[in-house]
Design a protein around this ligand. Structure first.
Ligand code: CA
Length: 229
């Protein structure tokens, strides 16, 4: 899952982004409303964490552009924590309002809860071959055992699991891997798909990541194993 972190305090933003990454979120960090709006034009986010005191205005001013559509979950994370300020945030369309300082654990829990409320249909388990994915807890199981690849491989696998049986384009996967600040390189998708294939193989998973020429990659059950006796 991908979150846009709109926070002009760099140190805080780094801490939050690191913590979010550990919880499986890919965080893109921007420092102003203008950058945030530009980021939203080029990428799709599952959630936005929005500071209020930004160099070019109040984060709440960004809420207008999102309401009315089934956009990302928006959580305000602000030091402005008075009753009126909190109510103003919620009344203007924020899905949640957290007052700084906020514990990372609670931030992640609230973020997951907000996304869950917004996409209740996402509760259904997804299964491909022996892999099961729970989009709410974000657990991946292989058979009954947790399958827990490193963050970038996990991110790609989640995407493939959610899309299956449809293929996912290399560009979409690359977009998923890239943070807006840090381009991780053009062949990164190939590299991580290769590692993921090896990891799935080594774990004896009855799935394959197919290369679909011109389309990208597709996760499917490995029938040779499923039907073989
Ligand atoms: Ca600020």
């Amino acid at each position: 899952m991908r979150v846009l972190l709109v926070e002009d305090n760099r140190r805080l933003a780094e801490l939050m982004a690191t913590g979010l990454a550990r919880s499986g979120w890919t965080a893109d960090v921007v420092e102003s409303l203008e950058e945030a709006e530009a980021a939203c034009r080029v990428a799709a986010f599952d959630a936005i964490l929005l500071d209020r005191g930004l160099p070019d205005g109040d984060g709440l001013d960004m809420l207008r552009s999102f309401r009315g559509e089934k956009g990302p979950a928006i959580l305000v994370v602000s030091a402005r924590g008075g009753l009126e300020e909190r109510c103003e945030g919620l009344n203007r369309g924020a899905d949640d309002y957290l007052v700084k300082p906020v514990a990372l654990e609670e931030l992640v829990a609230r973020l997951n809860a907000a996304v869950r409320r917004l996409h209740p249909a996402g509760r259904a388990l997804m299964r491909v071959g022996g892999l099961t994915y729970d989009p709410v807890s974000r657990a991946i199981l292989l058979g009954q055992a947790p399958f827990d690849p490193p963050p970038r491989e996990r991110s790609l696998l989640e995407y493939l699991l959610q899309a299956a049986p449809r293929p996912v384009s290399s560009e979409a996967l690359e977009d998923r891997l890239n943070s807006l600040e840090r381009d991780i390189g053009r062949n990164a998708v190939e590299v991580y798909i290769h590692r993921l294939r090896r990891r799935l193989d080594a774990a004896g998973a009855s799935v394959v990541i197919e290369t679909v020429r011109g389309l990208g990659y597709r996760l499917r059950a490995n029938e040779a194993i499923v039907t073989g006796e």
